[in-house]
Design a protein around this ligand. Structure first.
Ligand SMILES: [Zn+2]
Ligand SMILES: [Zn+2]
Length: 308
């Protein structure tokens, strides 16, 4: 096919070239930009920010708490050693905030209220090579379910209901609040890592309790509940992952990024088709413009002939 580059074709080619350049730039940079800005990551991508050292080689755990309910050093140390075991991080540190003033009469926290507290009191966010995990210790209970000991969401946030733990352990013969707290903290971190079956299929997910371990390979920190025998000896809740959950973590560690070469290639093909469409429309428009002009001329000539 031979193109003679008259003025209109030059416009069409310029539009086409600009479109190609814009599509290439946007497909390479914009998805990453918007995903980082809007935290648009899949659960396993968050997991990999902890498990791998590709993007983040250090981890900071920031604790904030309602005064009177601070994190215990036992639980904090256990979480740090679990993270060193599982995650490829050169350095894991934690920092505890000054304490959020206790407000009389507040007993239930809604999800929105929890998010606001995170917004107000979190001082660090991930940047450079530093990954940040935000943990909030609360008095009272979760509005949606009163027997909840911990929550995790958004790949970077953990909530621990420490007052609920005090209430739970006060009737036990032997359990200390730290025993439950350590288990809950590591359990919630397990959810942050994608356990069990969050964003992938897991064979040992509990049929009755979504995203928890069915403990088919023995006791596991990812079981759905902590049970305490009132007034009697209770085995402290587990704070370690069972073999099946550990195997899942290895699977998650090497899961493929959604935005691999295939997705970029698909975007390029779609972009390419778009460009062909734009060029086609531009060529048609320039051609039609010319034809319209000729038609007008013919009509003019014809009309001249019809003058009486
Ligand atoms: Zn859970
Ligand atoms: Zn398990």
């Amino acid at each position: 096919m031979v193109f003679s580059l008259d003025r209109k074709n030059i416009y069409a080619v310029t539009i086409a070239v600009c479109t190609v350049v814009i599509i290439i730039i946007s497909s390479l940079y914009l998805p990453a930009f918007f995903r980082e800005r809007g935290d648009f990551y899949t659960s396993f991508e968050y997991s990999q920010m902890y498990l791998n050292d590709d993007r983040y080689s250090e981890l900071l755990i920031e604790y904030n708490y309602i005064m009177g309910y601070p994190p215990s050093s036992t639980a904090r140390e256990s979480l740090i050693s679990t993270i060193y075991e599982l995650c490829e991080k050169d350095e894991v540190k934690d920092i505890v905030g000054e304490g959020i003033p206790f407000r009389l009469g507040r007993t239930k926290y809604s999800s929105e209220h929890i998010e606001l507290l995170f917004e107000e009191y979190s001082s660090y966010e991930r940047r450079g090579t530093l990954m940040v995990l935000n943990v909030l210790y609360l008095d009272g209970e979760w509005e949606q379910k009163s027997n909840v000991l911990g929550l995790s969401f958004g790949g970077e946030y953990i909530v621990v209901f420490k007052e609920t733990m005090y209430v739970l352990t006060q009737n036990s013969q032997n359990l200390e609040v730290e025993d439950v707290e350590t288990s809950v903290l590591i359990h919630e971190f397990g959810h942050i890592l994608g356990l069990v079956g969050i964003g992938y299929e897991s064979e040992h997910e509990d049929e009755d309790y979504e995203h928890h371990c069915d403990e088919s390979a023995g006791r596991c920190v990812m079981s759905a509940s902590v049970q305490i025998r009132i007034g009697a000896y209770t085995e402290p809740p587990p704070s370690e992952f069972c073999q099946l959950c550990s195997d899942d973590i290895e699977r998650i560690r090497s899961m493929e990024d959604d935005w691999g070469p295939e997705e970029y290639l698909t975007l390029m093909v779609i972009g390419g088709q778009g460009v062909i469409g734009v060029v086609w429309v531009a060529v048609c428009l320039s051609k039609n413009g010319k034809e319209d002009y000729e038609l007008y001329q013919q009509y003019y000539d014809d009309s001249e002939k019809k003058v009486y």
